[in-house]
Design a protein around this ligand. Sequence first.
Ligand SMILES: [Fe+2]
Ligand SMILES: [Fe+2]
Length: 194
Amino acid sequence: MDFDESKTKINLARAFAGECMGGARYQFIAKEAMSQGYSYISDTLKALAKNEMAHARVFYDHLLELSNGKLSNIEISAGYPFEDYELSNSLKNAAGAELSEAKNIYPTFAKIARDEGFIEVAKSFELISLVEKEHFEKLSLMDKKLKAKALYKSKESTKWECSNCGHYHEGKEPWKECPLCSYPQGYVMFQVEE
Ligand SMILES: [Fe+2]
Ligand SMILES: [Fe+2]
């Protein structure tokens, strides 16, 4: 299959655009989280943003490599979300977007790439869809805990650690203000996986 005529070329361009926007959106939400004092949520979102930029790079590199230097502008048509970045809604919306990438979009793109004979591209879509599934889980857990005001509560005794100074203690709840560096509770690291 000629790459230039393939659906995979368009899908790579769409995926690249989606990843770039996802990365930007996570940076915006990270800033919003920080302004509300949720430093560790902010750090987590920045880590996700970094992942999205890495995914964007993988797709971009496939495009460059498969087009043998003959790549010009690619016309794409797709719907992309433009929601405000109010923290709780953003986490929920972002989780939904991740789930649809993980369950529908990337597996479909992988199948098309495989059918068109672009096996390495298919593998990238498959591997990235697994990461997006993890992103979905982290974002929905943060959304759930934030809504329930349960970011800093645990049923069982657990280890809490300050992301600023490394101070830690075991218990069902962490400090309101770190006894070592005085940074507020928003700096305490919490579980982002169940
Ligand atoms: Fe991604
Ligand atoms: Fe993601």
